[in-house]
Design a protein around this ligand. Structure first.
Ligand SMILES: *[C@@H]1O[C@H](CO)[C@@H](O)[C@H](O)[C@H]1NC(C)=O
Ligand SMILES: *[C@@H]1O[C@H](CO)[C@@H](O)[C@H](O)[C@H]1NC(C)=O
Ligand SMILES: *[C@@H]1O[C@H](CO)[C@@H](O)[C@H](O)[C@H]1NC(C)=O
Ligand SMILES: *[C@@H]1O[C@H](CO)[C@@H](O)[C@H](O)[C@H]1NC(C)=O
Ligand SMILES: *[C@@H]1O[C@H](CO)[C@@H](O)[C@H](O)[C@H]1NC(C)=O
Length: 706
């Protein structure tokens, strides 16, 4: 759980866009363009929709990028916002004579080159906007004018106390992405206070991209005087996200009935994490950013908490035109997690990385859709949309929460998996709720069809069965049985095979392919576990073949077996090496064969889908040529893939014949039969050998032609 949490945090940080300051000196007066909302406020990200920079570009930003991020005469003479003034006139270079590192010809009378002014005129209000977030300039400006100012009336109350935390001026490494963390103590732990707001203090706008404030459960967490490089999580026990600042946000004003408890009976140690982005790898940047935190000793009615729900198994194929990932927090989970009168959600935001295009989170009650908690029709990592609920959204025990993420990877030629890194993906919602006591363990994370908190999704492999794999595994009978009777990566001997079969018969985690794969994934760095798997591996192929008597390593075109009208509903798609078919998939009995990372997942048949890898074993589709092969879907992915979302609800078997011992027990329940249901009656031939299969294929072809 904490691993996931840490991972999630990262993701909050993972990004590789531009700091918002680096382009300022490439245009005249780039650091002093006034906001059209308030002439006393600087619009720092001149090329972005977001006044703070980052994220989607505005019209001027698009033109600037098209000009190669240089101030060309053409760019200067253009009127990007179509308000009658050229970009040069707006930025104090009316004759287009300015060059970088020189003084601009004018430094007064400046205006925004992407905002049609006056903003109140009807023409300007209705100006169409690119970028997808807003249709009209009016909507964009309304949003933009909200940001850049921190409004939280509660922070002005007389009883409010402030704690400012900033790192000491620290050298920013000359690399693109750095994560730094520093732990610090709450200034007064002799009493309880509620944290009610946070506000970012940005020191170096060239590099600051994200800050995350974490709570550390352990009051004895070590405290450091200077930040340490931390990867994507602060480590120690600092696992709860309390507040997030990212480009485009100013601060966070917590819901007025609740706060995060700090002090005597609350958090005593906090950690701040910084994501610095230094795309030009400057060597002379310093930063001392931080946050101002606001506390009240007059406790509010409720303690609040921050929850994290989502899916941690993601596979986005290369060049995907659309991949869906869904994480379910089932009724069972929500019955266990949510107590008493339930909780109220006051604040939420979605979280994916760069391939995310849209995300929504649904709440269901009594089997009925109740509402979308969030719905980002256009998701943009750099311009996160936050949701504030007034009145708050009530969530009751037994509700069902479904997190739906949609991705595209039009430019990426490799498969993308779940993970912390920028090039990995995530699918989470974070939400703030109260009372904390009604949901003290606020994590509901799915891993494929497994949801940690719902025993029914775990096919018998329960928490109690799992513990032994994590600690003291090498002392268990299971470990001893296998490692003494099998030799790692050796030829398979009968004794070993029998030991594996015995072990499987008694261990539900070993017996269920999906469970085994998920477990293997979470134990990937355990030496004992890997030793165990290496021993299992010696009989992996033999057991697999024994359980799939019709399997053979030969690869054969699926068309060889398409021999009857049945073929119309037994679509077999064999793609090699990275193809992905999507659209014309048959609704039933579809077999997708991909190597090594291929198929895309969205239009997966709801039932009886089979995904296979033709080099390791034969494709189940090789001989599926009639509608007879209706059941028993097999999903076989290599090397670590697993499709996640539209997973067939029935008859799905997940297999990985080459990469883990799970294969030993993972019977893809495929019927690799070559049934020709042509009316002339050549039916149901079980092809047990390559020869037989060829023979059948031949007959099939003859029948087909005849
Ligand atoms: C950043 O911090 C340094 C050192 O504390 C300070 O001299 C400088 O004025 C700060 N800059 C901003 C923009 O706050
Ligand atoms: C949630 O808020 C509603 C009002 O919006 C209130 O009636 C309800 O009691 C609250 N639930 C909890 C658990 O505080
Ligand atoms: C909920 O979100 C989904 C996904 O964006 C959308 O299709 C649907 O219309 C939304 N439903 C409501 C009631 O807003
Ligand atoms: C089991 O593993 C632990 C640490 O992983 C090691 O210290 C111990 O010696 C191992 N025991 C055996 C019997 O291999
Ligand atoms: C270990 O092997 C013994 C002897 O074959 C068998 O009785 C026992 O059930 C096995 N235990 C496990 C966990 O496989």
């Amino acid at each position: 759980m904490s691993r996931s949490l840490l991972a999630a945090i990262l993701c909050l940080l993972a990004k590789d866009g531009d700091g918002y300051g680096i382009y300022q000196n490439r245009i005249p007066n780039g650091d002093s363009v006034p906001s059209p909302c308030n002439p006393n406020v600087i619009w720092r990200g001149v090329g972005h929709l977001n006044a703070q920079g980052g994220g989607i570009r505005n019209k001027f930003g698009l033109d600037f990028a098209a000009a190669g991020h240089t101030w060309t005469r053409e760019l200067c003479q253009k009127d990007s916002d179509e308000d009658g003034k050229t970009n040069g006139q707006e930025l104090g270079d009316p004759d287009c004579t300015w060059t970088p590192n020189s003084l601009p010809p004018l430094d007064t009378g400046l205006s925004h080159p992407a905002v049609c002014e006056p903003i109140d005129s009807e023409t300007c209000k209705s100006k169409a906007q690119e970028g997808g977030l807003y249709l009209k300039q009016e909507e964009w400006i309304a949003d933009a004018c909200k940001s850049g100012t921190f409004e939280c009336p509660a922070t002005n109350a007389a009883d409010v106390e402030r704690l400012t935390f900033q790192i000491p001026p620290t050298k920013v490494p000359n690399k693109v992405t750095s994560y730094m963390c520093q732990t610090f103590r709450v200034d007064d732990v002799s009493r309880d206070r509620h944290m009610i707001a946070t506000r970012a203090i940005i020191n170096n706008t060239n590099v600051m991209h994200h800050m995350v404030l974490f709570g550390c459960r352990d009051p004895n967490t070590p405290i450091f005087d200077v930040p340490y490089e931390c990867g994507m999580s602060p480590g120690y026990s600092c696992g709860s996200i309390l507040s997030v600042w990212t480009l485009g946000l100013d601060g966070e004003c917590f819901y007025d009935l609740s706060g995060i408890r700090v002090g005597l009976n609350g958090l005593k140690v906090l950690a701040m994490q910084y994501h610095w982005n230094n795309p030009t790898q400057e060597d002379n940047y310093m930063d001392s950013s931080g946050m101002e935190m606001y506390f009240t000793p007059n406790l509010r009615d409720y303690d609040s908490g921050v929850a994290m729900f989502g899916q941690e198994s993601i596979l986005i194929p290369p060049y995907s035109t659309g991949t869906d990932v869904t994480g379910e927090c089932t009724e069972t989970c929500m019955n266990t997690m949510v107590k008493g009168q339930g909780i109220n959600i006051t604040y939420a935001f979605n979280h994916m990385h760069y391939l995310g295009v849209s995300q929504s989170v649904e709440q269901h009650r009594n089997g009925q859709f109740l509402r979308n908690i969030t719905n980002d029709v256009v998701y943009n990592y750099d311009s996160p949309r936050t949701y504030q609920f007034e009145p708050p959204l009530e969530v009751l025990p037994g509700d069902r929460i479904v997190t739906k993420c949609h991705y595209k990877s039009p430019k990426r030629g490799i498969t993308t998996f779940y993970g912390d890194e920028t090039l990995d993906e995530m699918c989470y919602i974070f939400f703030t709720y109260y009372p904390f006591q009604n949901m003290p363990s606020p994590f509901c994370l799915a891993h494929d069809e497994w949801v940690y908190c719902d025993p029914a999704t775990r096919k018998g492999c329960q928490q109690d069965d799992i513990g032994k794999f994590f600690t003291g595994f090498n002392n268990t009978e299971l470990y001893q049985n296998i490692t003494t009777r099998c030799e790692h990566f050796s030829p398979c001997i009968t004794e070993c095979k029998e030991a594996i079969l015995t072990a499987r018969a008694s261990d539900p985690c070993l017996a269920d392919p999906a469970s085994w794969r998920i477990l293997s994934n979470s134990l990937a760095s355990s030496p004992d576990f890997n030793t165990f798997r290496a021993h299992l591996a010696s009989c992996q192929v033999e057991l697999y073949l024994e359980e799939h008597p019709t399997t053979s390593p030969a690869t054969k075109s699926p068309s060889e077996c398409e021999c009857s009208s049945g073929a119309t509903d037994n679509a077999a798609t064999s793609t090699l090496p990275s193809g992905a078919e999507t659209t014309s998939r048959a609704p039933d009995n579809a077999a997708t064969s991909t190597l090594p990372s291929g198929a895309e997942t969205t239009s997966r048949a709801p039932d009886n889908a089979a995904t296979d890898n033709p080099t390791t074993t034969k494709s189940p589709s090789e001989c599926e040529c009639s509608s007879g092969a209706t059941d028993n879907a097999a999903t076989s992915t290599l090397p670590s893939g697993a499709e996640t979302t539209s997973r067939a609800p029935d008859n799905a078997a997940t297999d990985n014949p080459t990469s883990n011992c799970g294969a030993a027990n993972n019977q893809a329940t495929t019927k690799a039969t070559c049934e020709c249901d042509d009316s002339s009656g050549a039916v149901g031939n079980e092809a047990n050998s390559l020869l037989a299969k060829f023979a059948v294929a031949l007959i099939c072809l003859v029948l087909l032609k005849g």
